[in-house]
Ligand binder design. Structure first.
Ligand code: COZ
Length: 399
């Protein structure tokens, strides 16, 4: 039943809704107490605390407690929280048996297999639409999903590479246990330190694409399995969390320091985006990249010297060929250098990102649940004027 012409014309006559810019650039769509990014200052925080400072001197469990329970923990609280969450790392009954089939259908480290597995795991722990359960139960599920995602990710990787799965250990910290489940060996202090810095730096970052996605899905009342699957889907895109491995592909393609300038110049002049550079909000150095650069130097990664040369060359060329866009290295540029030096394979970079960002997604979803209104924006229709006359071959009511 098509709308009568006068109804369509009159609705168009009412005040025009606000038309947001493409990508919702510089548009605030909600209020939050979880995190924020002050792009001009090169600063971001978790619930008001400088996130880089927390990453420099804290443990992953400190940031996790802050994000999901609302406050930095005392040492006693952190130890208790670590004990509680370490016990949640085991997969729910029935999920482990499904992983070999899922792993066979995708490559090692694929976020597609992780999002499939975690969606099933969420059902196995009883996730229901949050509207049909208490907020306490939703928070408990949020903590359990955050705890089992590394186990799922590591076991899928081992299966996809023809290795026996490694069960989580409750006596290792979050980062050490993650490395242990992937490599099968207890990691050294330096590798653990490096991965823990990376995980803490990437827990959340304002209303980034995947965090916003998690809130949009949660706003419909959907269960946490739906939320986490959608958020991982958003993260997998090359313009978001799919970038770190592509930075390595770029470094490999450049190959040698003297090829950096011609290769990068050609790429920018041909409209390609350099992986690991640019950011919607940071128009100065990404502070996460700065700390990861320091960690890469401390690890004496053999790649760091070459990466530094590529960064310097790229920033200069972007300033020359894209003047005024203020394009610098973002978190992804040194992420791969650090994770590779810590013993993680390239195909695991994005999945590792998901294992930290899940804490940010869950913190945002719990906030959305506490004060929800379903996201349902408009879109400006720019197609042929409605209502249109039906073509002669297609008349309403024709048999
Ligand atoms: N390399 C080359 N040019 C870039 C660029 C990059 N990495 N990032 C942005 N630009 C250019 C764009 O081509 C565009 O130029 P014009 O004004 O000539 O059109 C301008 O800078 C603005 O770009 P855009 O509007 O796309 O920026 P936006 O803020 O929407 O996107 C992201 C930011 C991060 C998506 C960036 O563009 C990007 O794709 N970076 C590479 C992928 C990456 O590292 N992602 C991880 C982000 S943490």
């Amino acid at each position: 039943m098509s709308a009568p012409a006068n109804a369509v014309a009159s609705s168009a006559a009412t005040s025009e809704p606000y038309q947001a810019p493409a990508g919702l650039a510089d548009v605030s769509v909600a209020s939050t107490t979880v995190s924020d990014v002050l792009g001009r200052l090169g600063f971001y925080h978790y619930r008001g605390y400088n996130a880089v400072d927390i990453a420099r001197r804290g443990r992953f469990e400190d940031a996790w407690h802050l994000m999901l329970r609302g406050e930095l923990p005392t040492t006693e609280q952190r130890d208790a929280f670590t004990g509680e969450t370490s016990a949640l790392r085991q997969l729910p009954p029935g999920v482990g048996e499904l992983l070999p089939s899922i792993a066979r259908l995708s490559g090692p480290g694929s976020l597609e297999s992780v999002r499939t597995a975690v969606s099933l795991a969420a059902q196995a722990i009883g996730c229901k639409p949050w509207t049909d359960q208490s907020q306490d139960l939703t928070r408990a599920q949020a903590e359990q999903i955050s705890a089992i995602l590394p186990t799922l990710t590591a076991q899928l990787y081992r299966l996809a590479t023809g290795q026996e799965v490694v069960q989580p250990r409750a006596d290792l910290g979050y980062a050490a246990n993650y490395l242990y489940m992937i490599t099968g060996e207890e990691p050294g202090e330096r590798s653990t330190y490096a991965v823990e810095r990376y995980l803490m730096l990437t827990i959340d970052h304002g209303f980034n694409n995947s965090t916003f996605t998690s809130r949009v899905i949660a706003s419909s009342g959907a269960d946490l399995g739906a939320v986490i699957s959608g958020a991982i889907g958003a993260l997998s895109g090359p313009f978001h969390g799919g970038a770190p491995a592509r930075v390595f592909d770029m470094l490999d393609a450049i190959g040698s320091p003297d090829n950096a300038e011609p290769w990068l110049r050609h790429a920018i002049e041909h409209g390609e985006k350099l992986m690991g550079f640019g950011h919607r909000i940071y128009k100065t150095i990404d502070p996460r990249s700065q700390l990861l650069h320091e960690v890469a130097q401390e690890l004496h990664s053999e790649r760091v010297g070459f990466a530094e040369h590529v960064e310097k060359t790229a920033v200069a060329l972007l300033a020359e060929l894209k003047p005024g866009r203020e394009l610098y290295a973002n978190v992804e540029f040194y992420a791969g250098v650090v994770l590779e030096a810590a013993g993680l394979p390239r195909e695991m970079f994005s999945a590792t990102f998901a294992c930290s960002r899940v804490v940010g997604w869950m913190a945002n979803v719990l906030e959305q649940v506490r004060d929800n209104r379903i996201f349902r924006p408009l879109a400006r229709y720019v197609g042929p004027e409605a209502p249109r006359e039906f073509p002669a071959f297609w008349q309403p009511g024709q048999a």
